[in-house]
Design a protein around this ligand. Structure first.
Ligand code: SAM
Length: 246
């Protein structure tokens, strides 16, 4: 049936795709892909020959209108991203919004997402969590954002680029203190690793090591009474240091 199908694809291991997702991709009139080369490889692996159309973060209203028109005309369009679940730190939100505004059917095909995969092996509380996605690239803005996140009563889930991990850990340790944390790397892939420990220890360890390779999720536990006290102390020390510097 016509509609916009939001299809999750694997985050590494090609086996992590549902039977229904494969059927939907095969039956769709077109697959809207962030990077058509990446998606072509996935489809080829499963012998799927559905035509690919490029849809990425720079796609404009005109592109979206064309997609909406195709669905109106009775087509089934499947939206995928390079890896994991579309719309989660990936393009698609504006297209889903437009489809809903037009009264079209939007159907989820759930599957892999690095955020949940990392959360469940982090060893950190899973009853409540907050998905932040990527932190700002610059240290000042990053610390400001971390300070805003400090009082959230759940595990923080952050996506991070390998070349920024060490500095983000340092900023997080400075702002949030010695909370429990985990670095989940290359999930479902050959070099899958999860490192767990105090944020301050992880920051120290990664500062002393060569830059890690691959894809990374950083998870930080909510504050406890003990870490809250250390956080206040860190903030006061930081403010004092800044004041003395001026
Ligand atoms: N939509 C995707 C999802 O649902 O997970 C996320 C897309 S975002 C552009 C890419 C980021 O997700 C990476 O920089 C990394 O932080 C995280 N990521 C994706 N695959 C991963 C993996 N296999 N292991 C760890 N982190 C991963």
């Amino acid at each position: 049936p016509p509609g916009l199908y939001v299809v999750a694809t694997p985050i590494g291991n090609l086996g992590d795709i549902s039977l229904r997702a494969l059927q939907t991709l095969a039956a769709a009139d077109a697959v809207l892909a962030e990077d058509t080369r990446v998606t072509r490889t996935l489809l080829a692996h499963y012998g799927i020959t559905t035509p690919l159309v490029s849809y990425h973060e720079h796609s404009n209203d005109a592109v979206r209108e064309r997609m909406i028109l195709r669905i109106r005309e009775g087509q089934a369009l499947a939206l995928v991203s390079d890896a994991g679940t579309p719309l989660v730190s990936d393009p698609g939100y504006r297209l889903v919004e437009a489809a809903i505004a037009e009264g079209l059917r939007v159907v989820p095909l759930p599957g892999a997402s690095a955020a949940l995969a990392a959360l469940v092996v982090s060893g950190l509380p899973t009853d409540r969590f907050f998905f932040e996605g990527f932190l700002p690239a610059k240290s000042g803005a990053r610390r400001t954002r971390l300070a805003e996140l400090a009082s959230i009563p759940g595990t923080l889930v952050l996506y991070e680029a390998p070349h920024r991990l060490a500095e983000s850990l340092a900023d997080a340790a400075a702002v949030l203190g010695p909370r429990n944390a985990a670095v989940a790397r290359e999930l479902t892939k050959l070099y899958e690793t999860v490192r767990r420990g105090a944020l301050t220890d992880l920051a120290e360890a990664y500062a002393a090591e060569p830059q890690p390779k691959g894809e990374i999720v950083l998870l930080i536990a909510p504050a406890t009474a003990a870490t809250r006290e250390a956080e206040t102390r860190a903030t006061v020390d930081g403010k004092l240091r800044d004041a003395l510097r001026q």
